[in-house]
Design a protein around this ligand. Structure first.
Ligand code: GLC
Ligand code: GLC
Length: 814
């Protein structure tokens, strides 16, 4: 069953039923001001940091879920009846409800009792505000008197504090109201230079800023007392719960439409110009007023929306494909790229599953998120890389996370996730291949943000490399530390205290437990580093990287192979993890995918065998399971992985993030059929027809789909913020369709299903547009290129002559 449909033309997903299995959300904003918006207008907004600059309040895990949002109420002033045109919170039986989630905007439309309403929510480019462009049309034959009420609830900035520290919060809320604009200025009197504003384009019949005055005691947002009464009380919040509500009255003739604009925004004043007059405690509004005036103007709003559409046309235009598979096309051309922007911006901080309070930007996560984003806005990828590198520690290790506002490493979570440092190399290699910007390697970057510790970025990679060599275990494999990619394989944790964090608890000295995964990651990173060193004229260093990679590969062959598949790890007792010898957790996906992806086992048949084992033991119709058999009980020596009930998350869930590693591995052994088959199994668009089972949004990947050991096999969770987005994007575009940025040019090596007769693609790369046509002349993956009609050696299209902007590439597969 479906709850809507894809409108590919408009690049929208159109939800036609408000009671989706879960809130189906979208993101507003893609630069500094962000919002989450559900299909019933729920969600919240923030500036840069979802925890420390939260504008609006949200009630997590509530009943009904998804409570707190950008709610508008319509009221028929003759009958007194009122409803929410976004369905929530009043949940009336709306006619013609649709929610169009588009790229950076959401439009919710409905009709009730002859009144049509449409709200377009979006954030204009380069502005720190969101627009609610509200239009109402009267389809009655009469001329009703209507009231429109807007409402939002302010969060007192620090979302963590906001949800806990009521003894203070209930006394600090402050607002100002001037010219119909509601200003939220809690804590502005002291150390904050920022405030929020909520404005409306029409003359007001009233306003409210105190929640209790609007909602009424012992009531909910579904029945606010003020809306029921049809009148706001011009309340001015002093403490308690500041909110914003506007009341506008409208008389509409038959078939008449009118537009209203609401603005919610964030603004900072220079420290020395906070107050106006300076000796007062009154907000200086001089700098914000022109911005408000501009966007309360319908013509400017229309232009801003058009600009946003064009911005996305430009970004998505960088890579467009036309394959025989509609789901591939839709995800590559629209949604997967869009999700990559969201993961780049949010990391794992703010979604319906991430509260925005707990997690900053992950070192490992952000470096991987870059992989799917770097082609869109390379300048931002560059900045992110440098920020990440600056949190690297002098040991080569890294803070596991940092806070986006301060860009400082997060001491609560700390370091010692021994895979972390290598992702920096992979992120940087992707950046270099895309841009050819070799200058980045010379950027002076500090360690742990300590002034004076700067070294060229390139030296940071060497530290990453050395970090692993300095931490080898009894078998010569890398020590795992707190965890590797799999946060839940905590081999040094040994926690028996309820509630203790698996991520930060360490009870062992860490000298025994080893990770085959990190070994594979090391091999891949060392080879990438060698490529970089070569091109930087550091031949000796390149040799050394290659030699260490070869040595590690050898160690994996000796100590990391279990006979039919790659081992996963050795625990603190030196016992195997992910082996036939184990009672549970005999085979893991990570090392099968990553070893082969790194090239291990390609020449000795191990790669094929590992892939056969994946197909036999881990593949299901809903995707590839993380490990089998699931852990049926808690193992002290394995940690969080065994804390999850079987079939969920890292304990044998389908952890979508690492499915693409197996797809890439399949392409590396030339198996396009299987690579694409695995791709299709977790492709959200392909899963749309089973939405009642999948439950999450059909337009974005989820982190996890319940595995076969779970009673809910096939049900997705944790949509949006997952490394799945970047990895699937890279897998389908670079490995299956095979259009791969490389140092010397664009490499084209498709490994597509045998049944495909070909496909087309356009790729903008370093200022040149490549028009690529692939045709199948035989069943294999051999490529022959013709560039602008002329046969060309190899699979890399060389950069064209200066000034040439368009290149045609014809590829024959045999
Ligand atoms: C989560 C984390 C990621 C980790 C993965 C596997 O997605 O954000 O860092 O690799 O889980 O545990
Ligand atoms: C839990 C989750 C894992 C995530 C980690 C982040 O361990 O299972 O997926 O990476 O938390 O802190």
């Amino acid at each position: 069953m479906k709850y809507g449909y894809f409108d590919d033309e408009n690049r929208e997903y159109v939800i036609t039923q408000p009671d989706t299995p879960l809130p189906w959300i979208n993101y507003l904003g893609c630069q500094a001001y962000f919002g989450i918006i559900s299909n019933t207008a729920g969600g919240y907004s923030f500036y840069r940091d979802a925890r420390l600059r939260r504008l609006t309040r949200y009630r997590y895990n509530n009943v009904p879920y998804d409570l707190g949002g950008r709610y508008i109420y319509l009221r028929d002033d003759e009958s007194g009846e009122f409803w929410s045109p976004s369905w929530q919170p009043t949940r009336h039986d709306l006619k013609n409800y649709t929610c169009r989630h588009g790229l950076g905007y959401t439009i919710i439309e409905s009709r009730y009792s002859g009144i049509e309403a449409r709200t377009n929510y979006f954030v204009p480019l380069d502005e720190d505000l969101e627009i609610w462009r509200f239009t109402v049309t009267n389809r009655r034959k009469t001329r009703p008197s209507l009231s429109i009420f807007s409402s939002i609830e302010f969060c007192l900035w620090d979302a963590q504090d906001d949800a806990t520290n009521f003894q203070r919060n209930f006394s600090i809320g402050e607002v100002e109201i001037e010219g119909g604009v509601i200003y939220h200025k809690t804590e502005y009197r002291e150390r904050r230079n920022h405030f929020a504003f909520f404005a409306c384009s029409r003359e007001l019949a009233g306003f409210d800023t105190q929640r209790e005055a609007f909602v009424g005691a012992y009531r909910g947002w579904d029945k606010p007392a003020a809306v029921e009464r049809g009148r706001l009380s011009n309340s001015v919040a002093h403490g308690w719960a500041p909110m914003g509500a506007h009341h506008v009255k409208l008389d509409l003739g038959p078939d008449e439409t009118q537009e209203l604009i609401f603005l919610l925004g964030y603004h900072e004043n220079p420290a020395e110009q906070k107050f106006d007059p300076p000796t007062s405690q009154t907000l200086n509004k001089k700098t914000v007023k022109p911005i408000i005036a501009k966007y309360l103007n319908g013509a400017h709003v229309a232009t801003a929306f058009e600009n946003l559409r064009q911005y996305w046309d430009g970004l998505l235009g960088i890579c467009q494909v036309e394959t025989p598979d509609v789901h591939t096309n839709r995800m590559v051309n629209i949604w997967n790229a869009y999700q990559c922007m969201a993961t780049f911006n949010m990391s794992r901080s703010a979604s319906f599953y991430e509260s925005g309070i707990g997690r900053g930007l992950g070192f490992r996560d952000s470096n991987q998120d870059l992989l799917g984003f770097v082609h869109m806005v390379p300048a931002r990828a560059r900045e992110r890389l440098l920020d990440l590198a600056a949190t690297q520690l002098p040991t080569g290790g890294a803070y596991h996370q940092y806070q986006p506002l301060t860009k400082r490493g997060n001491n609560d979570v700390g370091s010692n996730f021994n895979d972390d440092p290598h992702w920096l190399i992979l992120g940087a290699a992707a950046y270099l291949k895309e841009t050819g910007d070799w200058g980045i390697l010379d950027e002076p970057i500090p360690y742990d943000n300590v002034l004076g510790s700067e070294q060229p970025l390139y030296e940071h990679f060497q530290h990453s490399f050395q970090y692993t060599l300095d931490r080898l275990g009894p078998h010569g494999l890398p020590l795992i530390g707190r965890a590797d990619w799999n946060d839940c394989l905590n081999l040094n944790c040994f926690s028996d205290t309820p509630g203790e964090s698996f991520q930060t608890t360490t009870n062992k000295d860490g000298r025994a437990a080893e990770s085959v995964f990190i070994a594979a990651l090391f091999v891949l990173a060392a080879r990438e580093l060698a490529e970089i060193a070569q091109r930087r004229g550091r031949k000796d260093e390149a040799q050394r990287y290659l030699a260490e990679a070869a040595k590690m590969e050898d160690t994996v062959r000796k100590h990391g192979w279990d006979g039919e598949w790659f081992l996963r790890a050795y625990d603190d007792f030196g016992r195997k993890v992910g082996s036939q010898e184990c009672a549970e957790g005999k085979i893991f996906i990570e090392t099968q995918g990553f070893c082969v992806l790194a090239g291990i086992g390609l020449d000795d048949g191990r790669a094929q065998r590992a892939m056969e084992s994946v197909s036999k033991h881990l593949a299901t119709e809903h995707g590839i399971i993380l490990q089998q058999p699931a852990y049926s009980k808690y193992y002290l020596e394995l940690g969080e992985i065994s804390s999850y009930p079987p079939g969920y998350k890292e304990n044998a869930g389908i952890f979508c993030h690492n499915n693409p590693w197996v797809m890439i591995a399949e392409t590396r052994i030339g198996n396009g059929d299987r690579a694409h088959d695995y791709y299709a199994r977790i492709n959200p668009s392909a899963r749309e027809p089973i939405s009642e089972l999948h439950r999450c949004e059909p337009y974005v990947y989820a982190q996890m789909i319940a595995g076969r050991d779970a009673p809910t096999h096939g049900e997705a969770k944790n949509s949006w913020l997952t490394g799945t987005a970047a990895w699937n994007y890279c897998t389908i575009t670079q490995w299956i369709l095979g259009i791969r940025p490389f140092y010397e040019g664009l490499e084209i090596r498709p490994v597509v299903p045998k049944s495909w007769r070909g496909f087309k693609a356009t790729r903008r790369f370093r200022g040149v547009t490549y028009h690529i046509t692939v045709e199948r002349a035989g069943p294999g993956n051999q490529v022959a290129l013709r560039v602008n009609g002329v046969p060309s050696e190899g699979a890399v299209v060389p950069a064209p002559a200066e000034g040439q902007r368009e290149v045609t590439v014809d590829v024959t597969l045999t």
